[in-house]
Design a binder for this molecule. Sequence first.
Ligand code: FES
Length: 181
Amino acid sequence: METCTDNWAEIEAASKAVLPAEIVEYIAQCRKSPERESYLISVLHRVQGHFGYLGRTQLDAVAQLLQIPSAKVTGVATFYHFFRLEKPGRFTVNVCLGTACYVKGADKIAEKFKEELGVDFGETSKDGLFTLEVSRCLGTCGLAPVVLIDGVAHAKVKPDHVPSLLEKYRSKAEQAPVNGK
Ligand code: FES
């Protein structure tokens, strides 16, 4: 990608305005490398770490500032499952389906969350509150089956606990709304 467009300074400024200063600085360092494409995943991780997902605007800004074609940046972001392309819900519900949890019925818990939220793994409930995800081990097998909600581990969960767990977080959202959620 060439930088010699007439309005490059304008594009660069607009792209910089999209990302936090520390990521802009990191990209500037990466861009000095003759192999700047090899830093793309690392840059995308930082952007996702900041925003919680990789939106079109952020991907375009990375492409411009790293001087990598937009199609390449989008291709990498969509190829790896750990990159999220849509804004997540306020709470992430992470159901562990690792062996220790699975043998204790985690699959039934997962089904109950899907049913209650009306979503599949990787999707966000219509009210924008919950994003359902799956893990292969949360590192707390002694508490199996485990569900992590908003970073808090819930131990020995049973399917009939699911409605009250969700209710607890809905109440939390009502008491402290964030951006209308
Ligand atoms: S398998 Fe679920 S926490 Fe390890």
